[in-house]
Design a protein around this ligand. Structure first.
Ligand code: PLP
Length: 459
Protein backbone atom coordinates (compact mmCIF):
# COMPACT_ATOMS: atom_id res chain seq x y z
CA UNK A 1 0.00 0.00 0.00
CA UNK A 2 1.07 3.58 -0.65
CA UNK A 3 2.78 5.28 2.25
CA UNK A 4 4.01 8.53 0.71
CA UNK A 5 0.53 9.91 -0.02
CA UNK A 6 -0.85 12.40 2.49
CA UNK A 7 -3.58 10.73 4.51
CA UNK A 8 -7.07 11.79 3.60
CA UNK A 9 -5.78 13.48 0.40
CA UNK A 10 -7.60 12.94 -2.90
CA UNK A 11 -4.66 10.77 -3.95
CA UNK A 12 -4.80 8.43 -0.96
CA UNK A 13 -8.61 8.27 -0.96
CA UNK A 14 -8.50 7.53 -4.67
CA UNK A 15 -6.04 4.68 -4.19
CA UNK A 16 -8.39 3.31 -1.54
CA UNK A 17 -11.55 3.65 -3.61
CA UNK A 18 -11.13 3.67 -7.37
CA UNK A 19 -10.28 1.01 -9.97
CA UNK A 20 -8.67 2.74 -12.98
CA UNK A 21 -8.77 1.91 -16.69
CA UNK A 22 -5.55 0.72 -18.34
CA UNK A 23 -3.65 1.03 -15.05
CA UNK A 24 -1.57 -1.57 -13.22
CA UNK A 25 -3.25 -1.95 -9.79
CA UNK A 26 -0.08 -2.69 -7.79
CA UNK A 27 1.90 0.09 -9.42
CA UNK A 28 -1.01 2.45 -8.86
CA UNK A 29 -1.12 1.56 -5.18
CA UNK A 30 2.61 2.25 -4.96
CA UNK A 31 2.71 5.45 -7.02
CA UNK A 32 -0.74 6.98 -6.57
CA UNK A 33 -2.56 9.09 -9.17
CA UNK A 34 -1.86 12.29 -11.04
CA UNK A 35 -4.60 14.49 -9.61
CA UNK A 36 -5.66 16.97 -12.29
CA UNK A 37 -7.38 20.01 -10.88
CA UNK A 38 -8.00 22.34 -13.79
CA UNK A 39 -7.31 23.03 -17.45
CA UNK A 40 -6.37 26.11 -19.42
CA UNK A 41 -6.19 25.86 -23.21
CA UNK A 42 -3.84 23.01 -24.08
CA UNK A 43 -2.56 22.77 -20.49
CA UNK A 44 -3.70 20.95 -17.38
CA UNK A 45 -2.57 21.55 -13.79
CA UNK A 46 -2.07 19.07 -10.98
CA UNK A 47 -2.91 19.47 -7.30
CA UNK A 48 0.57 20.83 -6.59
CA UNK A 49 0.00 23.57 -9.17
CA UNK A 50 2.39 22.05 -11.71
CA UNK A 51 1.50 22.79 -15.34
CA UNK A 52 1.62 20.24 -18.18
CA UNK A 53 1.05 20.61 -21.90
CA UNK A 54 -1.25 17.71 -22.64
CA UNK A 55 0.07 16.81 -26.07
CA UNK A 56 -2.41 13.92 -26.29
CA UNK A 57 -5.53 16.08 -25.77
CA UNK A 58 -6.34 13.70 -22.92
CA UNK A 59 -7.20 10.55 -24.85
CA UNK A 60 -7.00 12.00 -28.40
CA UNK A 61 -10.19 13.85 -27.61
CA UNK A 62 -10.13 17.35 -26.05
CA UNK A 63 -9.74 19.02 -29.44
CA UNK A 64 -10.80 22.42 -28.10
CA UNK A 65 -8.58 22.25 -25.04
CA UNK A 66 -9.55 21.85 -21.43
CA UNK A 67 -11.67 24.87 -20.48
CA UNK A 68 -13.58 26.07 -23.51
CA UNK A 69 -16.10 28.65 -22.27
CA UNK A 70 -18.39 28.34 -25.27
CA UNK A 71 -18.85 24.62 -24.77
CA UNK A 72 -19.57 25.20 -21.09
CA UNK A 73 -22.11 27.90 -21.99
CA UNK A 74 -23.79 25.66 -24.58
CA UNK A 75 -24.15 22.95 -21.93
CA UNK A 76 -25.47 25.39 -19.32
CA UNK A 77 -28.02 26.84 -21.74
CA UNK A 78 -29.26 23.41 -22.74
CA UNK A 79 -29.46 22.22 -19.12
CA UNK A 80 -31.68 25.24 -18.44
CA UNK A 81 -34.03 24.40 -21.32
CA UNK A 82 -34.16 20.60 -21.35
CA UNK A 83 -31.68 18.78 -19.12
CA UNK A 84 -32.66 15.33 -20.33
CA UNK A 85 -34.85 13.69 -22.83
CA UNK A 86 -34.46 10.46 -24.70
CA UNK A 87 -34.83 9.56 -28.35
CA UNK A 88 -36.69 6.23 -27.99
CA UNK A 89 -40.32 5.69 -29.08
CA UNK A 90 -40.49 8.44 -31.74
CA UNK A 91 -39.21 11.15 -29.36
CA UNK A 92 -36.78 13.84 -30.42
CA UNK A 93 -35.74 17.43 -29.76
CA UNK A 94 -34.41 20.10 -32.10
CA UNK A 95 -30.72 19.91 -31.07
CA UNK A 96 -30.64 16.17 -31.85
CA UNK A 97 -32.27 16.78 -35.22
CA UNK A 98 -29.84 19.60 -36.00
CA UNK A 99 -26.84 17.46 -35.14
CA UNK A 100 -28.10 14.43 -37.09
CA UNK A 101 -28.62 16.60 -40.16
CA UNK A 102 -25.21 18.18 -39.74
CA UNK A 103 -23.36 14.86 -39.36
CA UNK A 104 -24.99 13.31 -42.41
CA UNK A 105 -24.00 16.36 -44.48
CA UNK A 106 -20.47 16.70 -43.07
CA UNK A 107 -19.63 13.04 -43.63
CA UNK A 108 -21.04 13.13 -47.18
CA UNK A 109 -23.39 10.22 -46.41
CA UNK A 110 -26.37 11.81 -48.21
CA UNK A 111 -29.47 9.69 -47.93
CA UNK A 112 -28.08 8.16 -44.76
CA UNK A 113 -28.96 8.69 -41.11
CA UNK A 114 -27.20 9.47 -37.86
CA UNK A 115 -27.68 7.26 -34.81
CA UNK A 116 -26.55 8.52 -31.39
CA UNK A 117 -24.85 6.65 -28.58
CA UNK A 118 -22.61 7.67 -25.70
CA UNK A 119 -19.21 6.09 -26.26
CA UNK A 120 -16.95 5.03 -29.08
CA UNK A 121 -17.32 1.38 -28.10
CA UNK A 122 -21.09 1.64 -28.32
CA UNK A 123 -20.84 3.27 -31.74
CA UNK A 124 -18.62 0.45 -33.02
CA UNK A 125 -20.93 -2.22 -31.55
CA UNK A 126 -23.89 -0.47 -33.17
CA UNK A 127 -22.18 -0.70 -36.56
CA UNK A 128 -21.74 -4.45 -36.11
CA UNK A 129 -25.40 -4.96 -35.25
CA UNK A 130 -26.45 -2.85 -38.24
CA UNK A 131 -24.21 -4.95 -40.50
CA UNK A 132 -25.97 -8.08 -39.23
CA UNK A 133 -29.42 -6.64 -39.99
CA UNK A 134 -28.24 -5.51 -43.42
CA UNK A 135 -27.16 -8.98 -44.51
CA UNK A 136 -30.13 -10.74 -42.91
CA UNK A 137 -32.58 -8.57 -44.80
CA UNK A 138 -30.74 -9.33 -48.03
CA UNK A 139 -31.16 -13.06 -47.44
CA UNK A 140 -27.63 -13.64 -46.17
CA UNK A 141 -28.12 -14.27 -42.43
CA UNK A 142 -24.92 -16.34 -42.20
CA UNK A 143 -22.80 -13.25 -42.85
CA UNK A 144 -21.93 -12.54 -39.20
CA UNK A 145 -18.15 -12.41 -38.79
CA UNK A 146 -16.18 -9.21 -38.54
CA UNK A 147 -12.63 -8.77 -39.79
CA UNK A 148 -10.46 -6.26 -37.94
CA UNK A 149 -6.70 -5.77 -38.10
CA UNK A 150 -3.79 -6.65 -35.87
CA UNK A 151 -2.91 -3.79 -33.50
CA UNK A 152 -6.32 -2.15 -33.98
CA UNK A 153 -8.09 -0.45 -31.09
CA UNK A 154 -11.88 -0.24 -31.28
CA UNK A 155 -13.01 -0.06 -27.64
CA UNK A 156 -13.63 -2.02 -24.47
CA UNK A 157 -17.12 -3.57 -24.62
CA UNK A 158 -17.14 -7.22 -25.58
CA UNK A 159 -17.54 -6.99 -29.36
CA UNK A 160 -15.48 -3.79 -29.57
CA UNK A 161 -12.67 -5.36 -27.54
CA UNK A 162 -12.91 -8.46 -29.73
CA UNK A 163 -12.29 -6.21 -32.73
CA UNK A 164 -9.14 -4.90 -31.07
CA UNK A 165 -5.96 -6.50 -32.30
CA UNK A 166 -4.02 -5.89 -29.10
CA UNK A 167 -3.35 -8.72 -26.67
CA UNK A 168 -3.61 -6.46 -23.61
CA UNK A 169 -7.30 -5.99 -24.49
CA UNK A 170 -7.87 -9.75 -24.69
CA UNK A 171 -5.68 -11.58 -22.20
CA UNK A 172 -7.73 -11.14 -18.99
CA UNK A 173 -11.06 -11.92 -20.62
CA UNK A 174 -10.61 -14.81 -23.02
CA UNK A 175 -11.29 -12.53 -26.00
CA UNK A 176 -11.85 -12.26 -28.88
CA UNK A 177 -15.23 -13.98 -28.89
CA UNK A 178 -15.84 -16.22 -31.84
CA UNK A 179 -16.63 -14.53 -35.11
CA UNK A 180 -14.12 -11.70 -34.67
CA UNK A 181 -11.01 -12.31 -36.73
CA UNK A 182 -7.95 -10.32 -37.70
CA UNK A 183 -5.85 -9.60 -40.73
CA UNK A 184 -2.45 -7.93 -41.18
CA UNK A 185 -1.75 -4.40 -40.01
CA UNK A 186 -0.54 -2.12 -42.84
CA UNK A 187 2.51 -0.91 -40.90
CA UNK A 188 5.10 0.06 -43.50
CA UNK A 189 7.84 0.51 -40.95
CA UNK A 190 7.47 -2.83 -39.17
CA UNK A 191 5.61 -5.17 -41.51
CA UNK A 192 7.26 -4.59 -44.89
CA UNK A 193 9.67 -7.41 -45.67
CA UNK A 194 13.31 -6.73 -46.57
CA UNK A 195 13.48 -5.75 -50.23
CA UNK A 196 9.71 -5.48 -50.55
CA UNK A 197 8.39 -2.36 -52.32
CA UNK A 198 5.36 -0.52 -51.02
CA UNK A 199 3.31 -1.78 -53.99
CA UNK A 200 4.34 -5.37 -53.22
CA UNK A 201 3.48 -4.81 -49.56
CA UNK A 202 -0.03 -3.68 -50.55
CA UNK A 203 -0.36 -6.73 -52.83
CA UNK A 204 0.54 -8.94 -49.88
CA UNK A 205 -1.92 -7.22 -47.53
CA UNK A 206 -4.68 -7.62 -50.09
CA UNK A 207 -3.79 -11.25 -50.75
CA UNK A 208 -3.73 -11.98 -47.00
CA UNK A 209 -7.20 -10.45 -46.62
CA UNK A 210 -8.61 -12.37 -49.56
CA UNK A 211 -7.11 -15.62 -48.28
CA UNK A 212 -8.69 -15.03 -44.86
CA UNK A 213 -12.08 -14.37 -46.45
CA UNK A 214 -11.86 -17.51 -48.57
CA UNK A 215 -10.64 -19.61 -45.63
CA UNK A 216 -13.52 -18.47 -43.41
CA UNK A 217 -16.06 -18.50 -46.25
CA UNK A 218 -17.27 -15.25 -47.85
CA UNK A 219 -20.84 -16.15 -46.88
CA UNK A 220 -19.81 -15.91 -43.20
CA UNK A 221 -18.25 -12.43 -43.28
CA UNK A 222 -20.42 -9.39 -42.53
CA UNK A 223 -17.97 -6.53 -42.23
CA UNK A 224 -14.44 -5.21 -42.14
CA UNK A 225 -13.58 -2.49 -39.62
CA UNK A 226 -10.63 -0.11 -39.68
CA UNK A 227 -9.47 3.27 -38.50
CA UNK A 228 -8.20 5.37 -41.42
CA UNK A 229 -5.00 5.88 -39.43
CA UNK A 230 -4.54 3.46 -36.55
CA UNK A 231 -4.12 5.61 -33.44
CA UNK A 232 -3.70 3.39 -30.38
CA UNK A 233 -1.69 0.73 -32.21
CA UNK A 234 1.10 3.25 -32.81
CA UNK A 235 -0.01 5.93 -35.35
CA UNK A 236 0.04 3.67 -38.38
CA UNK A 237 -0.51 5.39 -41.72
CA UNK A 238 -1.33 2.82 -44.42
CA UNK A 239 0.28 2.94 -47.87
CA UNK A 240 -1.58 5.32 -50.19
CA UNK A 241 -3.02 2.52 -52.34
CA UNK A 242 -4.12 0.37 -49.39
CA UNK A 243 -7.77 1.24 -48.78
CA UNK A 244 -8.82 1.37 -52.45
CA UNK A 245 -7.37 -2.11 -52.97
CA UNK A 246 -8.85 -3.49 -49.73
CA UNK A 247 -12.25 -2.05 -50.60
CA UNK A 248 -12.24 -3.74 -53.99
CA UNK A 249 -11.88 -7.09 -52.19
CA UNK A 250 -14.65 -6.21 -49.73
CA UNK A 251 -16.96 -5.32 -52.61
CA UNK A 252 -16.15 -8.54 -54.43
CA UNK A 253 -17.30 -10.57 -51.42
CA UNK A 254 -20.22 -8.33 -50.36
CA UNK A 255 -18.59 -7.25 -47.10
CA UNK A 256 -19.49 -3.92 -45.50
CA UNK A 257 -16.76 -1.43 -44.69
CA UNK A 258 -16.95 0.12 -41.20
CA UNK A 259 -14.91 3.25 -40.62
CA UNK A 260 -13.87 3.94 -37.03
CA UNK A 261 -13.33 7.72 -37.05
CA UNK A 262 -13.42 7.99 -33.28
CA UNK A 263 -9.91 9.48 -33.21
CA UNK A 264 -9.46 10.52 -36.86
CA UNK A 265 -12.77 12.38 -37.21
CA UNK A 266 -13.24 16.13 -36.97
CA UNK A 267 -9.97 17.24 -38.56
CA UNK A 268 -7.46 15.28 -36.48
CA UNK A 269 -5.70 14.05 -39.66
CA UNK A 270 -5.92 17.35 -41.56
CA UNK A 271 -9.23 16.64 -43.29
CA UNK A 272 -12.71 16.71 -41.80
CA UNK A 273 -12.55 12.92 -41.65
CA UNK A 274 -9.72 10.44 -41.87
CA UNK A 275 -11.48 8.67 -44.75
CA UNK A 276 -10.62 11.66 -46.95
CA UNK A 277 -6.97 11.46 -45.89
CA UNK A 278 -6.66 7.80 -46.87
CA UNK A 279 -9.24 7.43 -49.67
CA UNK A 280 -11.77 5.26 -47.84
CA UNK A 281 -15.46 5.04 -48.84
CA UNK A 282 -17.25 3.40 -45.94
CA UNK A 283 -20.79 2.11 -45.50
CA UNK A 284 -20.89 3.29 -41.88
CA UNK A 285 -18.84 5.72 -39.81
CA UNK A 286 -18.35 5.77 -36.03
CA UNK A 287 -17.77 9.17 -34.41
CA UNK A 288 -17.01 10.22 -30.81
CA UNK A 289 -14.23 12.12 -28.98
CA UNK A 290 -13.75 15.25 -31.16
CA UNK A 291 -17.49 15.31 -31.84
CA UNK A 292 -17.97 17.15 -28.54
CA UNK A 293 -14.28 17.71 -27.79
CA UNK A 294 -15.19 15.09 -25.15
CA UNK A 295 -16.97 17.69 -23.03
CA UNK A 296 -19.90 15.28 -22.95
CA UNK A 297 -20.00 11.51 -23.50
CA UNK A 298 -21.58 11.40 -26.93
CA UNK A 299 -20.93 9.26 -29.99
CA UNK A 300 -22.67 8.65 -33.28
CA UNK A 301 -22.89 6.25 -36.19
CA UNK A 302 -23.59 7.66 -39.62
CA UNK A 303 -25.05 4.88 -41.74
CA UNK A 304 -25.64 4.77 -45.46
CA UNK A 305 -29.12 4.96 -46.95
CA UNK A 306 -28.87 1.28 -47.92
CA UNK A 307 -28.15 0.18 -44.37
CA UNK A 308 -31.00 2.34 -43.09
CA UNK A 309 -33.38 0.79 -45.65
CA UNK A 310 -32.45 -2.64 -44.30
CA UNK A 311 -33.45 -1.63 -40.76
CA UNK A 312 -36.75 -0.31 -42.13
CA UNK A 313 -37.34 -3.44 -44.18
CA UNK A 314 -36.57 -5.76 -41.26
CA UNK A 315 -39.20 -4.00 -39.17
CA UNK A 316 -41.85 -3.56 -41.85
CA UNK A 317 -44.29 -5.87 -40.03
CA UNK A 318 -44.33 -3.48 -37.08
CA UNK A 319 -41.29 -4.34 -34.96
CA UNK A 320 -39.07 -1.61 -33.57
CA UNK A 321 -35.29 -1.23 -34.03
CA UNK A 322 -34.23 -3.24 -30.97
CA UNK A 323 -31.30 -1.14 -29.91
CA UNK A 324 -30.67 2.02 -27.90
CA UNK A 325 -28.98 3.66 -24.96
CA UNK A 326 -30.78 5.76 -22.36
CA UNK A 327 -28.60 8.73 -23.19
CA UNK A 328 -28.63 8.33 -27.01
CA UNK A 329 -29.04 11.86 -28.35
CA UNK A 330 -28.85 13.42 -24.87
CA UNK A 331 -29.89 17.06 -25.37
CA UNK A 332 -26.86 18.46 -23.56
CA UNK A 333 -24.48 16.19 -25.47
CA UNK A 334 -25.89 17.18 -28.84
CA UNK A 335 -25.94 20.88 -27.88
CA UNK A 336 -22.26 20.69 -26.89
CA UNK A 337 -21.42 18.84 -30.12
CA UNK A 338 -23.25 21.44 -32.23
CA UNK A 339 -21.25 24.19 -30.56
CA UNK A 340 -17.99 22.27 -31.05
CA UNK A 341 -18.75 21.89 -34.76
CA UNK A 342 -19.52 25.62 -34.99
CA UNK A 343 -16.17 26.43 -33.39
CA UNK A 344 -14.32 24.04 -35.72
CA UNK A 345 -15.88 25.79 -38.69
CA UNK A 346 -15.15 29.27 -37.38
CA UNK A 347 -11.50 28.47 -36.64
CA UNK A 348 -11.14 26.90 -40.07
CA UNK A 349 -9.98 23.80 -38.31
CA UNK A 350 -8.76 21.84 -41.33
CA UNK A 351 -6.34 24.55 -42.49
CA UNK A 352 -5.21 25.19 -38.94
CA UNK A 353 -4.51 21.50 -38.27
CA UNK A 354 -2.59 21.17 -41.54
CA UNK A 355 -0.40 24.16 -40.70
CA UNK A 356 0.23 23.14 -37.08
CA UNK A 357 0.75 19.51 -38.05
CA UNK A 358 3.31 20.51 -40.65
CA UNK A 359 5.12 22.62 -38.06
CA UNK A 360 5.24 19.82 -35.50
CA UNK A 361 6.28 17.28 -38.10
CA UNK A 362 9.15 19.44 -39.30
CA UNK A 363 10.36 19.82 -35.69
CA UNK A 364 10.33 16.03 -35.36
CA UNK A 365 12.08 15.55 -38.72
CA UNK A 366 14.71 18.01 -37.56
CA UNK A 367 15.12 16.15 -34.26
CA UNK A 368 15.61 12.93 -36.21
CA UNK A 369 18.81 14.42 -37.63
CA UNK A 370 20.14 14.86 -34.08
CA UNK A 371 18.79 11.70 -32.40
CA UNK A 372 19.79 8.44 -34.09
CA UNK A 373 17.28 6.66 -31.85
CA UNK A 374 14.44 8.24 -33.88
CA UNK A 375 13.75 5.47 -36.37
CA UNK A 376 10.54 6.75 -37.93
CA UNK A 377 8.46 9.94 -37.88
CA UNK A 378 4.95 9.40 -39.18
CA UNK A 379 1.37 10.60 -39.09
CA UNK A 380 -0.95 13.13 -40.66
CA UNK A 381 -2.35 16.42 -39.40
CA UNK A 382 -2.06 16.63 -35.64
CA UNK A 383 -1.70 12.90 -35.13
CA UNK A 384 2.01 12.20 -35.19
CA UNK A 385 4.27 9.48 -33.90
CA UNK A 386 7.97 8.93 -33.39
CA UNK A 387 9.21 5.34 -33.25
CA UNK A 388 12.34 4.89 -31.15
CA UNK A 389 14.84 2.22 -32.13
CA UNK A 390 18.16 0.89 -30.89
CA UNK A 391 19.58 0.95 -34.42
CA UNK A 392 18.14 3.15 -37.14
CA UNK A 393 19.97 1.34 -39.92
CA UNK A 394 18.55 -2.10 -39.08
CA UNK A 395 15.35 -0.81 -37.38
CA UNK A 396 16.24 -3.00 -34.42
CA UNK A 397 13.96 -2.15 -31.49
CA UNK A 398 15.27 -1.39 -28.01
CA UNK A 399 15.32 -4.38 -25.68
CA UNK A 400 11.85 -4.53 -24.10
CA UNK A 401 13.26 -4.41 -20.55
CA UNK A 402 14.70 -0.94 -21.26
CA UNK A 403 11.14 0.38 -21.46
CA UNK A 404 12.32 3.18 -23.74
CA UNK A 405 8.83 4.49 -24.48
CA UNK A 406 7.66 4.33 -20.87
CA UNK A 407 10.82 6.05 -19.70
CA UNK A 408 10.26 8.82 -22.25
CA UNK A 409 6.73 9.32 -20.90
CA UNK A 410 8.03 9.50 -17.32
CA UNK A 411 10.80 11.98 -18.20
CA UNK A 412 8.49 14.11 -20.36
CA UNK A 413 5.92 14.17 -17.58
CA UNK A 414 8.57 15.45 -15.15
CA UNK A 415 9.33 18.13 -17.76
CA UNK A 416 5.67 19.15 -17.97
CA UNK A 417 4.77 17.35 -21.20
CA UNK A 418 2.11 14.66 -21.41
CA UNK A 419 2.60 12.31 -24.37
CA UNK A 420 1.61 8.70 -24.76
CA UNK A 421 3.92 5.89 -25.66
CA UNK A 422 2.58 2.86 -27.48
CA UNK A 423 5.45 0.48 -26.95
CA UNK A 424 8.40 2.54 -28.13
CA UNK A 425 6.32 4.74 -30.40
CA UNK A 426 5.77 8.19 -28.88
CA UNK A 427 2.34 9.52 -29.79
CA UNK A 428 1.37 13.18 -30.08
CA UNK A 429 -2.21 14.27 -30.66
CA UNK A 430 -2.48 17.72 -29.08
CA UNK A 431 -5.67 19.78 -28.84
CA UNK A 432 -6.46 21.15 -32.29
CA UNK A 433 -6.50 24.70 -30.92
CA UNK A 434 -2.74 24.53 -30.40
CA UNK A 435 -0.90 27.59 -31.77
CA UNK A 436 2.53 27.88 -33.41
CA UNK A 437 4.38 28.97 -30.25
CA UNK A 438 2.84 26.07 -28.34
CA UNK A 439 3.89 23.62 -31.07
CA UNK A 440 7.42 24.95 -30.56
CA UNK A 441 7.11 24.40 -26.81
CA UNK A 442 5.98 20.79 -27.36
CA UNK A 443 9.00 20.28 -29.62
CA UNK A 444 11.39 21.87 -27.09
CA UNK A 445 10.07 19.71 -24.26
CA UNK A 446 10.22 16.64 -26.47
CA UNK A 447 13.83 17.37 -27.42
CA UNK A 448 14.82 17.98 -23.81
CA UNK A 449 13.14 14.70 -22.79
CA UNK A 450 14.82 12.76 -25.61
CA UNK A 451 18.23 14.05 -24.47
CA UNK A 452 17.52 12.85 -20.94
CA UNK A 453 16.23 9.54 -22.26
CA UNK A 454 19.45 9.11 -24.24
CA UNK A 455 21.48 9.59 -21.05
CA UNK A 456 19.18 7.21 -19.15
CA UNK A 457 19.41 4.50 -21.81
CA UNK A 458 23.17 4.69 -22.12
CA UNK A 459 23.64 4.50 -18.32
C1 PLP B 1 -10.13 4.28 -32.49
C2 PLP B 1 -10.97 4.11 -31.27
N1 PLP B 1 -12.12 3.46 -31.37
C3 PLP B 1 -12.92 3.27 -30.30
C4 PLP B 1 -12.56 3.76 -29.06
C5 PLP B 1 -13.44 3.51 -27.88
O1 PLP B 1 -14.07 4.67 -27.44
P1 PLP B 1 -14.69 4.72 -25.98
O2 PLP B 1 -13.57 4.64 -25.01
O3 PLP B 1 -15.41 6.04 -25.96
O4 PLP B 1 -15.63 3.57 -25.85
C6 PLP B 1 -11.35 4.44 -28.91
C7 PLP B 1 -10.92 4.97 -27.61
O5 PLP B 1 -9.83 5.41 -27.40
C8 PLP B 1 -10.52 4.62 -30.06
O6 PLP B 1 -9.33 5.22 -29.96
Amino acid sequence: MTTHLKSNSVASRDVASQLHSQTNPSRFEADGPLVVTRGEGIRVFDDAGKSYIDAMAGLWCASLGFNNARLAAAATKQYGELGFYHTFFNRTHAPATDLAEKLVALTGMEGGKAYFATSGSEANETMVKLAWIYHTVRGKPTKRKVIARDRAFHGSTIAAASMCGLTFMHREFGLPISGFIHTLCPDRYRNMLPGETEAQFVDRLVLELERLILREGPDTIAAFIAEPINAGGGIIVPPAAYFARIQAVLKKYDILCLDDEIVCGFARTGNWFGKETVGLKPDMIALAKGLSSSYFPISAVVLSGEVYEAVKEFNKQGGAFGHGFTNSGHPVGVAVALEALKIYEEMNVVDHVRAMGQRLRSHFADMATRFPMIGDVRGEGLMLGIELVADRETRQPFAPELLAGQNFDRIAYDNGLIGRCMGDTLGFSPPLIIEADEIDQVADLCEKSLKQLQVHLSA
